[in-house]
Design a protein around this ligand. Structure first.
Ligand SMILES: [Ca+2]
Ligand SMILES: [Ca+2]
Ligand SMILES: [Ca+2]
Length: 188
C-alpha cells in the first residue's frame, strides 16, 4: 500500500512559469530589437491577442529586412522539460502566397551557440491570415542550468504584418525528482 502511494506521487508533474509577457505594461524595455530594427510595440486592440498591445513586425524601408525581437536572458532551473509558448498572427499573403518573407522562432545558448531555429512559419502550413495561433516548443532536461534567450526573427523583402503576443517560458518537474535535486535551483 505504501509503495503504491509513492509511485502515484512520482507521476505527478508540476508546471511553473519562469517568465511571461503580455506586453500590457506598454513597454518593451526588457526586449532587445536587433538587425534592421523592424520590431516595435504595437498599440492596437484589433491586432493584439491580449489587451491592447502586441509586438509588430513593421514595413519600414529600406529593404531587405533581417531583424530579431529578443527576449531577456534566462538561466534555466533544473527541470524535466521547458515549454516556450507564444501566440502569433500573420499575413498569409505576404509570408506564404507571395513568400516575400520568412518568420522564425529561435533560441540561443548564450554561453556557446548561434541562434537555433525552433519553429518557422513554414511549419504552420496553411493558416488563416490575421488569425491568432498558439505555438509551444518543448526543450528537454539537458537545457537545465543553461543560459538562454529566445527570438522572433524575420527575414523579408517587401513583406509585412507579423504579430506576437503572450509569450511564456515555463518548466515542469515531478515531485520525487524535485526532492533529490541539488546544485542549481529547481523548477519547483
Ligand atoms: Ca514590458
Ligand atoms: Ca497583449
Ligand atoms: Ca515564407
Amino acid at each position: 500500500m505504501r509503495r503504491l502511494v509513492l509511485i502515484a506521487v512520482a507521476s505527478i508533474s508540476f508546471a511553473e512559469v519562469i517568465w511571461t509577457d503580455d506586453l500590457e505594461d506598454g513597454n518593451i524595455d526588457d526586449w532587445t530589437i536587433t538587425g534592421s530594427m523592424n520590431w516595435a510595440l504595437y498599440d492596437n486592440e484589433f491586432q493584439a491577442h491580449s489587451g491592447d498591445f502586441s509586438l509588430e513586425y513593421n514595413y519600414l524601408a529600406p529593404w531587405p529586412h533581417d531583424t530579431r525581437a529578443v527576449t531577456p536572458e534566462f538561466t534555466l532551473p533544473a527541470a524535466d522539460e521547458f515549454l516556450f509558448t507564444w501566440w502569433w498572427s500573420g499575413s498569409y499573403n505576404y509570408f506564404v502566397q507571395q513568400d516575400n518573407g520568412d518568420a522564425f522562432t529561435e533560441m540561443r545558448d548564450t554561453g556557446s551557440g548561434d541562434w537555433v531555429v525552433l519553429w518557422s512559419e513554414q511549419d504552420a502550413g496553411v493558416y488563416t491570415g490575421f488569425e491568432w495561433y498558439e505555438q509551444t516548443e518543448i526543450l528537454d532536461s539537458s537545457w537545465s542550468g543553461k543560459t538562454v534567450k529566445f527570438a522572433f526573427h524575420i527575414i523579408a523583402t517587401d513583406a509585412h504584418y507579423w504579430y506576437i503576443d503572450d509569450t511564456m517560458l515555463s518548466c515542469t518537474a515531478s515531485a520525487l525528482e524535485n526532492v533529490t535535486r541539488g546544485g542549481i535551483k529547481a523548477c519547483i
